[in-house]
Each structure stands twice: as C-alpha cells, then as structure tokens.
Design a protein around this ligand. Structure first.
Ligand code: IMP
Length: 190
C-alpha cells in the first residue's frame, strides 16, 4: 500500500472544489473512453502549456494506446483572472500533424477563445481527426462556440487553481482543484 498523506493546503485556499481522488477517478474514465473511441489506432496529444501538463501526463497514462506528445503555448492572462480575448501563439508544435488523430489537451475552457484559436490553427494542418479533451468546462462563460468532445468536469463560474491551473504562476502543483480566498485577488475585482 502506498503511504497516504494529507494534501498540501496553503493558507490562500478557501475551498477544495475537486479532490485529487475525484480527479484521478474521472481521468481514468476518460482514459478508458479514449481507448474505446480510438481502438486499434494511435493518438497525438497536443498539450497546451502550461496548465494542461498534469492532466495530459495523467490522461496519457490512463490510456492503453500508443500516444505521442507535442506541445503548444499561447499567451496567457498573466496575473489577471479574466481573458483579454487576444490569443497569441508563443510556441508551435515540433512535428507536423497531417493525417494523424489529434487530441488537444486543455486544462479549462472558459470563454472558449483560446481553444477556438488552437482548434482552427490545427485544423488547417490536415489532421485525420481533431478532438478536444478539457479537464474543466466553465460553460456559463462561453463566448466562442467551440466543440469539446471530452470534458472532465463542468464547473461554475469561479476562478480556480491547482492541478496545473495557476494564479500568477502559483498553485499549479496542488493535486486538487481549489478556489482561493477573495483577498488573494484584491484590487482586481475578481
Ligand atoms: P478562455 O480562452 O477564456 O477559454 O481561457 C482559457 C485559458 O484561460 C485556460 O487555458 C487557462 O489558462 C485560463 N483560465 C481560464 N479560467 C481559469 C481559471 O479559473 N483558473 C486558472 N486559469 C484559467
């Protein structure tokens, strides 16, 4: 039996929204779903840096298929909790995706602007198929219509951190998804 220890709980955390166990269970389900949907095939994960790193790492290990991994990076919010609506490609893929079954792996879909941009960019490169797996879906805030074929959890409109998600580059290493105390964002009106 692996030794279990309590999750690290920084003082800024107000509430744990999704426990590490709940995330682990759901990721395992998604992995099995991918195995069914792509049975006999192979997958190219396109992980969106940096927030989707833990999700992509866990999802690929929950999937008994040959999985190749590539990364893109797009401009982020910085220290803001709301998107500027302007998306910029900071790092492109290392390899072409023409003819491949591509799964974009994203941490959270909020307005949908980031994902809409990446989906369109990759669709133009001629993959055999193109789908999206997002750990979290903040559906109430959607501005851009964008398909998300695999959703971990639908969550309410709250700014969350942990399991890859940050606030000003902090809290990515929390093993759960949490809401921070309001005074952490003071001055920003979030
Ligand atoms: P969208 O373009 O508004 O859909 O925003 C997507 C990106 O914004 C995600 O990839 C995250 O990096 C970031 N983001 C959106 N909501 C949150 C949140 O609640 N916590 C942390 N990052 C978020």
């Amino acid at each position: 039996m692996p030794e279990s220890r309590p999750d690290y709980l920084p003082p800024e955390v107000q509430e744990i929204l999704l426990s590490s166990e709940a995330i682990e269970r759901r990721v395992r389900e998604l992995g099995r779903q991918l195995e069914k949907d792509y049975a006999g095939g192979r997958l190219k994960f396109v992980c969106i840096l940096k927030g989707a790193v833990p999700f992509a790492a866990d999802l690929m290990r929950a999937t008994a298929l040959p999985v190749a991994l590539d990364f893109v990076a797009v401009s982020s919010y910085g220290a803001a909790t709301r998107t500027s609506g302007v998306v910029r490609l900071l790092k492109d893929l290392e390899h072409p995706i023409e003819g491949e079954d591509v799964l974009i792996v994203e941490d959270i879909v909020d307005t949908g602007l980031t994902l809409g941009y990446i989906r369109e960019l990759l669709a133009r490169r001629g993959p055999r198929s193109l789908r999206v797996a997002a750990l979290l879906d903040k559906f109430e805030r959607r501005v851009a219509e964008v398909d998300v074929e695999y959703v971990g959890f639908r969550i309410p409109d709250r700014f969350v951190v942990g399991y890859g998600l940050d606030y000003d580059e902090r809290f990515r290493n929390l093993p759960y998804v949490a809401v921070l105390k309001p005074d952490v964002y003071r001055g920003e009106g979030a």
